[in-house]
Design a protein around this ligand. Structure first.
Ligand code: ADP
Length: 349
């Protein structure tokens, strides 16, 4: 069951008995499906028929399995005459980021799995392969890229063209909300529209120049940031970072479903903290279990892009702003990132 099935059911729902010439699908302003929860915004073609339209939605959904919770909201302005949306296409328009060949979103089901560490090191590994790379910290609620890249305290400037100028560091262009707040301790309490406006500005009103890859460090989970970006920006693909624990994998399921529902291709999964190699004996210990991520990926038809070992020095160096791909290029972890970068580049072409 997908948004497409729901839109098909809406398209077949005639509203002439309540005096509306459009079918239900033509009134949809926005529609999101996460798991079994549907959130739909309808244009209100005339006042006072909210209740009738809600009934029509429920009637249309009665033939669609697996939709449990339905939230229906209304938008004021009537729909402009528009062309019928081809079946299976999203009902929103996505803009590419000018000059950027591939936008890669790095997501995770939950926090603390190493998503930001992966975003930073994967970006650097792509740069090592000779690509032009940018890194955008879209983890607006907990920006850690400034720390990881060793640029905490630096501030972005504005160009003559009134665009944001990213910080140049380690051969990459880097931008984060953490580089714009007055002080490190300023809490980011932006909500909804303001937050989205800032993110849109980061993408579209920034001097990114020509980039082969712009790596986007998303907030953890499946919140508004992910959905809004997915619906408004052309994303080449998403990479989901997880650790092998059950709790992390359960949340990966949700993240995977979300990307599928909004038609963002999932490039694959990166297994972080996969094992620990004992420095004395060279033996690998699968602390969080072996084969779980592979099993999960197979059942969801997802590729594993690579596995990254646990290395206490990763945490230590990260806090000092020395990403492992740059500070210890010969380490097992750095080599794992280089391998993953090659797979990603091959996948995206
Ligand atoms: P997230 O972005 O998912 O919240 P972080 O990238 O901030 O996660 O990582 C969480 C913590 O785990 C950090 O202290 C980080 O240095 C550490 N970490 C991430 N990956 C590894 C690894 N492979 N080995 C050891 N520590 C790691």
């Amino acid at each position: 069951m997908a948004v497409k099935d729901i839109m098909d059911a809406f398209r077949n729902k005639d509203l002439s008995d309540i005096g509306i010439k459009e079918n239900l699908a033509q009134l949809v302003k926005d529609i999101k499906l996460i798991g079994d929860e549907l959130d739909v915004i309808l244009y209100l073609p005339k006042p006072g028929i909210e209740g009738l339209l809600k009934t029509k939605v429920h009637e249309a959904l009665s033939g669609v399995p697996d939709v449990k919770n339905v939230k229906i909201r209304f938008a004021d302005s009537p729909p402009q005459p528009k062309q019928e949306v081809p079946v299976g296409q999203p009902t929103f328009t996505r803009r590419p980021v000018p000059g950027v060949r591939h936008l890669i979103a790095i997501g995770s089901g939950k926090g603390g799995v190493g998503k930001s560490t992966v975003a930073v090191n994967l970006a650097l590994a792509l740069r090592n392969l000779g690509y032009k790379v940018g890194l955008l910290d879209a983890d607006i609620y907990g920006p850690s890229v400034p720390t990881l890249m060793g640029i905490k305290g630096e501030r972005v400037t504005v160009s003559e063209r009134n665009k944001l100028v990213p910080i140049e560091k380690m051969g990459m262009k880097v931008l984060s909300i953490g580089l714009m707040l007055p002080s490190e301790d300023t809490p980011v309490i932006w909500r909804g529209p303001m937050l989205m406006k800032a993110l849109t500005q980061f993408l579209f009103d920034t001097e990114w120049g020509e980039l082969d890859y712009l790596v986007l460090d998303l907030p953890p989970g499946t919140g508004d940031v992910q959905l809004t970006l997915a619906q408004n920006v052309e994303i080449s693909g998403a990479i989901i970072v997880t650790t092998p624990q059950d709790v992390a994998l359960a949340d990966v399921r949700k993240a995977t479903s979300m990307f599928k529902e909004v038609n963002v291709p999932v490039i694959g999964v990166i297994e972080n903290m996969a094992y620990f190699t004992c420095p004395d004996t060279g033996k690998r210990y699968y602390i969080f279990g072996k084969g779980r991520v592979a099993e999960f990926a197979a059942s969801y038809n997802l590729k594993i892009l690579g596995s990254i070992p646990i290395d206490p020095e990763v945490a230590e160096k990260s806090d000092k702003g020395e990403p492992v791909v740059v500070s210890r290029p010969d380490s097992e972890v750095a080599r794992a990132f280089m391998g993953i970068a090659k797979v990603v580049a091959q996948n995206l072409g």
